[in-house]
Design a binder for this molecule. Sequence first.
Ligand SMILES: Cc1cc2nc3c(=O)[nH]c(=O)nc-3n(C[C@H](O)[C@H](O)[C@H](O)COP(=O)(O)OP(=O)(O)OC[C@H]3O[C@@H](n4cnc5c(N)ncnc54)[C@H](O)[C@@H]3O)c2cc1C
Length: 375
Amino acid sequence: MHSEFIILGAGISGISTSYFLEKSGFSSIIFDISNPLSGSGSTMKSAGIISHFFPFKEEIKAVSSSLKFYDEIINDSSENISYNNSGLLAFCNNSDKETLSRFLDAMKSSNADYSLFDSKELSDIYPMLSMPSDEIAVVSKNSGYYDINHLFPIIIEQLKSKNINFFNNIEIKTIERQNYFTFHTNHGIFTSDKVIITGGAWSNKIANMFNCTINFDTYSTQAAILSIPQASDNNLSSLPILYKMSNGVYGRPVSSSSFLFGDGSKKYFGDPDNFKFENDKNFLEYILQQANTFFPHQKIVSVQKNWSGLYTSSKDSRPLIGKLDDDIFFLGCFNGLGIMLAPGCSKLLVDSITKNIINDDFSSFNIQRFNNNNI
Ligand SMILES: Cc1cc2nc3c(=O)[nH]c(=O)nc-3n(C[C@H](O)[C@H](O)[C@H](O)COP(=O)(O)OP(=O)(O)OC[C@H]3O[C@@H](n4cnc5c(N)ncnc54)[C@H](O)[C@@H]3O)c2cc1C
């Protein structure tokens, strides 16, 4: 079977890339070493949060483009799934004016709606929440979240209906490279003109098969769903996403009596194949304590579910997209924010390959921004 593109990795990066290729009239085949719906990668582990709170306008534009992608997919399907446009409350230290103004300037220049609350205004609007008096809350109004467990299978179904070929549980035995690529696999022989690597934390293992290396760091990140007592009287579901800038802890409603909390990062040095997708000992204690600082009038003690996953980050924590070698491309390093960034970035990548559009947004994420020796 021949295709113009073979995409390696069927998380949100690979899937959205094939969507934009198909829209531009190019054929693609997607290979995944496992089954992405079973949670082999990070996509199905995500909290589904879409934030417009960034210090760069390029990321905010990519988020808006990702939202358009999700909207199109949902409109094309007959499924009833909606974007929870809850808004996002970012708690920022008021004394760090420089950082705060970088975020506000980026939001302003990309027309992302926001307003500011001090601790008194915040407790008037959300009596359940608390914020120290030396902090200020930025409300990003367009932000929200999707239920990824519901949405991601719909995205995959929509792509299958467009005749994009998917192969799960692929085992690549050898790859030959002449004027095109030949993949010998457990599902047969496939050829393609170009290759796009979208393997998340496994991307370097894939790149090594083509004698390429991608310079990124891998991190583990953890999440838990906590029960919040007496919350049903307080309509927890209508609260915004919460994000504490000082330590990266975030939370979002799951139901009228539960909230999902997650924590940033810990560098992971091992082989991603050996990662144990479980929480470390101190995490639950820490996240319960953090949850209780957001909700000081509650006593949150009970954990419904907890899990962990991997994400990757570039040297400047911004996405990496572009050319690794002749006819080999890469998309990744979303710094734990791939649900909101990957579809927007895959559109930039596809436009650069198929239409030679190299605009400022592409250049900000271009993998070639670091000197070639480092790639
Ligand atoms: C706990 C947690 C919460 C998160 N919450 C959010 C959030 O709220 N909002 C947000 O924007 N982001 C969030 N993220 C980050 C987001 O999930 C990731 O950035 C995003 O899913 C990355 O997608 P991806 O397609 O690049 O990689 P992945 O989803 O990891 O997909 C990579 C795929 O490659 C496959 N693969 C591996 N090796 C090979 C191979 N040799 N050949 C072929 N395929 C291969 C894997 O099986 C996998 O399916 C969260 C992540 C975690 C772990």
